[in-house]
Design a protein around this ligand. Structure first.
Ligand code: NPG
Length: 356
C-alpha cells in the first residue's frame, strides 16, 4: 500500500507498506487481524516473508481444528514456537476479533478499556532540511495534532530537535532513535536533556537493556524503550534496572494484544506510564491499537494518527479521523469494530492462501 509520503527513520525509508492480513473462520464468523511485520528487517528481524512462512508452516497448522476459548489458550498452543512475535500477534488479533463478534463485545470492552477516545500524536520521519522539518511539524499542528515525535539518528539529532524546539517552545515533543546509537555515541545526545522533551525513545540496541540503564543515569529526561521490550519479562527487567522510565507498547513487537495488556498492567503496578506505538498499520491494526490504548495506564499520546496521515486508500470501510482535541475515537462495535473493503483488498493483494 503506497504511503501518502515516504517515512524515513534511522533504519531506512518506507515508501510502500506490506502487511499480512489474517482471517480466521470459525462458527460461521470471521475474525480479522493484521501482522505488522515489514518487508525489510530494518526495525526488527521479522519480515512479511518470515511471518508468512511461520504462519503457514507452524502457527496456523498448530491452531487448525483446536478448541480455543481465549487468548491464553491460543498463546499456550503456540508456546513451543520460539520468537516471531509479529506473526503470533497477527493471528491473536484475528482471534480477539472473532471473540468479540461471538460475544457481541468491542475489543475495548473485552480488554477493560476505560475511555471512548484516546489522545494521539504524529510521528514525523527524517526530513531533508530543518526548514522542511519545521514546516512539516507546522502542517501537522495545523491539522490538530498536539504531540509530535521526530526521528533522529547520529548526525541528525540535537540540531534537528533544537530546530523544532525553537520554533515551538511549548510543543509536547519526543524523539526516537530506533536503536541507532551506542553508549559512546549517545554522549552526543546529552544536550537534548535541556530541550524539555517528553522522552527519548530507544537510543541503543534492542538487546542492550544494561547500557540503557547506564545511559538513563546521565539523563533527567525519561528514556523510553520500544524495540527492547519484547515481553512482560523484559519490561519487568527494564524497570528493575531503571533502563527506562516510560514504556512503548506495540502489539506486534510483544507477541499480541494480551501480552500488551500484561505489560500495561505490570507498568501500572509500578507507576510507570506507557503509550501505544504504531507501525504504519492499516485500519485493522489501528483499530486494535485504539482499543489497547483505551486502558487507563496509557498516559501519553499514542503514535496512532488519522487514516489520511498514512494512506489515501485504506483496506477498511471505516476511516479514522482526528477529533478537535487531538484524540481518536475508539471503535465500539463488536470485535475490532472494522470491516474490510473488498475492492481495496482486491486492488492491493499480492498473494493469497487459504488453509483448512
Ligand atoms: O504512526 O504508525 C505510525 C508510525 C509511528 O514512528 C512510528 N513507527 O519506529 O516506531 C517506529 C516506527 C515504525 C514504523 C517501526 C514502521 C516499524 C515499522
Amino acid at each position: 500500500m503506497p504511503l501518502v509520503s515516504p517515512f524515513e527513520t534511522s533504519f531506512g525509508r518506507i515508501i510502500t507498506r506490506d502487511s499480512i492480513l489474517l482471517e480466521i473462520f470459525a462458527e460461521g464468523l470471521i475474525g480479522i487481524g493484521e501482522c505488522v511485520a515489514d518487508r525489510d528487517p530494518g526495525y526488527a528481524y521479522e519480515t512479511s516473508g518470515t511471518a508468512w512462512h511461520i504462519l503457514k508452516d507452524f502457527l496456523i497448522p498448530a491452531l487448525l481444528g483446536h478448541d480455543v476459548h481465549d487468548a491464553i489458550d491460543l498463546l499456550q498452543i503456540v508456546l513451543g514456537i520460539k520468537g516471531h512475535a509479529m506473526a503470533k500477534a497477527g493471528l491473536e488479533m484475528a482471534f480477539w476479533d472473532l471473540l468479540g463478534k461471538k460475544t457481541g463485545h468491542s475489543l475495548r470492552d473485552l480488554l477493560g478499556g476505560t475511555r471512548n477516545r484516546v489522545p494521539v500524536g504524529v510521528s514525523i520521519g527524517l526530513q531533508e532540511s530543518h526548514e522542511k522539518l519545521v514546516a512539516t511539524v507546522e502542517d501537522y499542528l495545523a491539522l490538530g495534532y498536539q504531540r509530535v515525535k521526530i526521528k533522529i539518528k547520529p548526525g541528525r539529532d540535537v540540531d534537528d530537535t533544537l530546530a523544532v524546539r525553537s520554533a515551538f517552545p511549548d510543543l509536547p515533543l519526543q524523539v526516537d532513535a530506533n536503536s541507532a546509537f551506542t553508549l559512546e555515541s549517545a554522549e552526543a545526545l546529552i544536550p537534548l536533556d535541556d530541550l524539555n522533551l517528553l522522552l527519548i525513545e530507544q537510543p541503543l540496541a534492542e538487546d542492550d537493556l544494561w547500557d540503557h540503564s547506564r545511559l538513563q543515569r546521565k539523563f533527567r529526561t525519561p528514556l523510553c524503550l520500544d524495540e527492547s521490550i519484547i515481553s512482560p519479562r523484559h519490561a519487568r527487567q527494564a524497570l528493575e534496572m531503571d533502563a527506562c522510565r516510560i514504556v512503548n507498547i506495540k502489539v506486534g513487537r510483544v507477541g499480541g494484544i494480551s501480552q500488551g495488556v500484561a505489560i500495561h498492567d505490570l507498568c501500572q503496578a509500578q507507576d510507570t506510564p506507557v503509550w501505544c506505538g504504531g507501525m504504519l498499520e492499516t485500519g485493522v491494526g489501528r483499530a486494535a491499537n485504539l482499543a489497547l490504548a483505551s486502558l487507563p495506564n496509557f498516559k501519553l499520546p499514542g503514535d496512532i494518527s488519522a487514516t489520511d496521515r498514512y494512506y489515501e486508500r485504506d483496506i477498511t470501510e471505516q476511516c479514522f479521523t482526528l477529533n478537535s482535541d487531538s484524540t481518536i475515537s475508539v471503535p465500539d462495535s463488536p470485535g475490532l469494530g472494522v470491516s474490510l473493503d473488498a475492492k481495496a483488498i482486491a486492488k492491493f493483494s499480492l498473494r493469497n492462501l487459504r488453509l483448512k
